[in-house]
Each structure stands twice: as structure tokens, then as C-alpha cells.
Design a protein around this ligand. Structure first.
Ligand SMILES: C[S@@+](CC[C@H](N)C(=O)[O-])C[C@H]1O[C@@H](n2cnc3c(N)ncnc32)[C@H](O)[C@@H]1O
Length: 312
């Protein structure tokens, strides 16, 4: 491993570990608001009538939203997530299922694109003249280099567990850090809309690749649980921490796609799609976290089945 690869790997490790700790902390402090989403995620897995030799779980994290009953219908469960701090939870699951289900894991960065894209982006910025650097940044973001879609281990069924919408967000966070290094926080924050829009094509590639990766396992069945839209709202009274209340209907709302405007039905051709559930996750009620707005996510659980006769 070269020195720069080593630095990148360390950097990546810290990013995912930080993300995992944040999830655990927010889940504990906002428990009444998070639990309905976690339970809805587990409920669709119980309802998903699949079984077989191997189940692949993408984005298991701390398994907060995972239904153990699903694992029990397989001989093997393979967990793929880049956060090393979640491994004690995976060992706990292995202990629970001992003798009935073999649990294995792989600390894999699922997109395979973060590192090459980050290096390319930083190099392009480094070689641009100061006057053309911002234009170069936007142009580079709009036309990221091609990197092959990831291939995943073979499986009978794949569960994508609240990770898909995180893939473009992870890339956005990397881009923001690189931009801040080059231009400073003030400049980057003031031009957020401009650079976030320039990121849409590469974000969409990450979403499309996730489905290509699912198909690469040659599985027949997949369950994708994901945020589909984000909404920020303002102009309402603060929420209380003690018990659940739904997102407000009133106030000022701004909603955008969590999947970079992907057309879901074009993502897996030759597969049928059925919606097993849809719900709002009131992830950050107004007044309970530091932001001057509240947030909720629209979440969907889609069941995909490969049509008979379609090559695997
Ligand atoms: C929002 S969490 C999902 C909740 C998770 N199932 C739990 O109960 O903690 C997303 C998970 O996906 C993982 N993840 C996000 N982006 C990833 C990537 N590019 N490669 C691998 N894992 C990723 C994170 O480490 C995290 O565990």
C-alpha cells in the first residue's frame, strides 16, 4: 500500500466510524422518533417471504433495523458495511444464531468509487490555476471519471438496509471536505446549491451502481429499504423529546429526492418491483437538535424479483 493509499484508508475508516457513532447517539437521544422507523424496517423483513442458502445484507451497521427472524430463514448471512466499530454487534448476532446460521462479514466500501473519485477531484483542483479553480471544480464534478460498478459475492437474496441514500451523501461529504480545503468554508457554504447540483450526475451513478451490484450477486430476490425523499420544515413550535409526534402538515416545507432523481423502475430491468411498505421517519424533529429546522424522510421498502427466464 502506498503512503497516499494508507492516508485515504485511514481517512475512510474515521469517516465511517464517526457516522456509526452518530447513528448510535442520535438513536438513543431521539428514541421515540427513531423506533417507529426501525420497527417498520424490521416488519417488512419479517413479511418478506424468502429463504435460501445465503443472504447478503448491505449496510447492516449496528443492526438496529435488522430482523433476526429473516436471518433464521437462511443457512448463511453475510454482512457488508465499511464501519469497523459495528463489528461487536455482528459478533453478537453470530452468537445468537450459533449452530443454525453462519454469520460472516466484510468491511467493504460499497461504491468502490469514493477513493478514485476523491483522488481525481483533488488532483484536478491542485493543477488548476487559482482563477479557473472554481469552474474546474464544478466541471470535474459534472463529469466524474468512469469506475466499474462493484461486484458483490453470490447470494440467493439481498437486503439493502437503509444504506442506498447514504451513498450519494457520503460522496457529497467527501466533496465538501475537498472543496473546503481549497476554497475555505465561507465560499463553499455560500455556493452550496451550485456544487450540490453539479454532484447530481455522479450521485445518480452511485444509485444506479448499487442496483447493478445487487444484480451481480445473481440473486433472484432483493429487498431495498431506503429513504426516497428528504423534507426540511420551518415555522412550527418545537417538539418534545419524551414521546412521538408526526411531522407537521403546516409550516414551510422543502422536499427533494434522496436518490438524485433516479427513476426507480429503470434501475433493475428484467425484475418486477412491489412496494411492501412506505412511511415517514421523523428523524430530526424541530427543536431537538442544533439545526434551525426539522427534518423527516420518506422511506420505501421495495421488493424486487428477477423475472423467470431472465439471465443471471
Ligand atoms: C443509515 S445506516 C443504516 C442503519 C444501520 N442498518 C444500523 O442499524 O445501524 C447506513 C449504514 O451503511 C454504512 N455505509 C454507508 N455508506 C457506505 C459505503 N459507501 N460503503 C459501505 N457501507 C456504507 C454505514 O457504515 C452504516 O452502517
Amino acid at each position: 500500500m502506498s503512503f497516499s493509499d494508507w492516508i485515504t484508508a485511514r481517512f475512510r475508516y474515521r469517516r465511517f466510524a464517526r457516522g456509526g457513532h452518530n447513528i448510535a447517539r442520535r438513536c438513543a437521544t431521539l428514541q421515540p422518533y427513531w423506533e417507529p422507523h426501525l420497527e417498520a424496517s424490521r416488519a417488512v423483513q419479517r413479511q418478506w417471504d424468502v429463504k435460501g442458502k445465503r443472504l447478503l445484507v448491505l449496510g447492516p451497521g449496528r443492526l438496529l433495523d435488522f430482523a433476526v427472524e429473516l436471518a433464521e430463514r437462511f443457512q448463511e448471512v453475510m454482512l457488508l458495511d465499511a464501519d469497523p466499530t459495528a463489528t461487536p454487534k455482528w459478533r453478537e448476532l453470530a452468537g445468537k444464531l450459533k449452530g443454525r446460521v453462519a454469520v460472516d462479514y466484510d468491511l467493504r466500501e460499497l461504491t468502490l468509487k469514493y477513493d478514485p473519485w476523491q483522488m481525481y477531484f483533488a488532483e484536478r483542483l491542485g493543477s488548476a490555476s487559482p482563477r479557473s479553480r472554481w469552474a474546474t471544480a464544478l466541471e470535474t464534478l459534472r463529469h466524474m471519471i468512469a469506475v466499474p460498478a462493484p461486484r458483490l459475492p453470490a447470494a440467493d437474496a439481498v437486503l439493502s438496509l437503509n444504506v442506498l441514500s447514504q451513498l450519494p451523501i457520503g460522496w457529497q461529504e467527501i466533496v465538501e471536505e475537498v472543496l473546503i480545503d481549497s476554497f475555505g468554508k465561507k465560499w463553499v457554504r455560500e455556493r452550496e446549491q451550485e456544487w450540490v447540483e453539479a454532484l447530481l450526475p455522479s450521485g445518480l451513478t452511485l444509485v444506479q451502481d448499487h442496483f447493478a451490484a445487487i444484480a451481480s450477486t445473481r440473486c433472484r430476490h432483493a429487498l431495498v429499504i431506503t429513504d426516497t425523499h428528504y423534507t426540511e420544515y420551518r415555522g412550527v413550535a418545537a417538539y418534545s423529546r419524551g414521546s412521538y409526534a408526526p411531522p407537521p402538515a403546516e409550516g414551510e416545507h422543502t422536499t427533494w429526492s434522496a436518490l438524485c432523481n433516479a427513476e426507480v423502475d429503470s434501475l433493475l430491468t428484467g425484475w418486477t418491483r412491489r412496494t411492501l411498505g412506505e412511511w415517514d421517519w421523523h428523524i430530526a424533529p424541530f427543536g431537538l437538535e442544533s439545526e434551525p429546522y426539522g427534518t423527516f424522510h420518506r422511506v420505501a421498502a421495495w421488493r424486487f424479483d428477477r423475472e423467470p427466464g431472465v439471465a443471471r
